[in-house]
Design a protein. Structure first.
Length: 257
């Protein structure tokens, strides 16, 4: 029952659509005697629609090319902005290693104690290891001469103490890792002014270079002009108008486009 109603509704919709597209009496829309007039109108409509669709697709692609060029330029400038920002303010950088109260990053050494957390710049930092009776020590002297001593106990302070104990090689290796990271940081800082100047120069060049974007915009403009002046558009519109007039003379009704 339901399926039958659906089929019936579909048939009625098809009939209504056909009567709308080919207005007039019943025979004008369905009779074989007027098939030629219907085909002429249908072919004219189809050709005009195909032309409009072709223009729309070509212009849509050209607009997409403009948008892609704009986005590519914006992305390129944004990446360069980020590069300049990272050179001006590199921050901590990636985490390298940690031992005890010291956390080593690419550009800073962070001291984390119960009372305070502070950062020591790696540039110009001097690091040395010293053994001791109860503690191994890593002395860190910053560029201003301030010294921080990190203690790594290797003997328990009490018989049942649960404090962390450290092996000498473990602490020595960590001190060497800090020294090597400091060496890398010193090289980075020495090269920084030149890298920053080069990055800013490339940004200015990219900002001034709009060639790809302008090429895409000019292509879109030429396409629009060509589509607007192409005689095929007027010819197809004239064909639709003629077929519509023929249908009106036949039926007394103006068909929709």
């Amino acid at each position: 029952m339901v399926l039958g109603l659906i089929i019936c509704a579909g048939m009625l919709a098809g009939v209504a659509w056909r009567r709308h597209r080919y207005p007039g009496r019943w025979e004008h829309a369905f009779s074989q005697s007027h098939a030629g007039a219907r085909k002429a109108l249908s072919d004219a409509r189809s050709a005009a629609r195909a032309w409009e669709r072709s223009k729309a697709q070509s212009e849509s692609k050209a607009r997409h090319d403009v948008e892609s060029a704009e986005k590519a330029r914006e992305d390129r400038l944004r990446r360069m902005d980020q590069r300049i920002a990272s050179l001006n303010s590199p921050g901590r950088g990636n985490r390298v290693e940690a031992l005890g109260e010291l956390v080593l990053f690419q550009h800073v050494l962070v001291v984390q104690s119960l009372s305070v957390t502070r950062s020591i710049a790696l540039a110009g930092l001097e690091v040395r290891f010293e053994p001791g009776r109860k503690n191994y020590s890593v002395y860190c002297t910053d560029a201003d001469g301030h010294v921080h001593r990190a203690k790594y106990p290797h003997l328990p302070s009490a018989p049942e103490s649960d404090e962390d104990l450290f092996d000498e090689d473990q602490v020595r290796d960590f001190a060497v890792m800090i020294q090597n990271t400091v060496a890398q940081e010193n090289i980075f800082r020495a090269r920084l002014p030149r890298q920053l100047k080069e990055a800013e120069s490339r940004w200015e060049e990219a900002q001034a270079d709009t060639s790809e974007l302008e090429t895409a915009r000019e292509r879109l403009q030429r396409l629009r002009q060509r589509n607007g002046t192409d005689p095929r558009g007027e010819e197809l519109e004239a064909r639709v108008a003629e077929a519509s007039r023929d249908w009106e003379r036949l039926t007394g009704h103006v068909p929709p486009r």
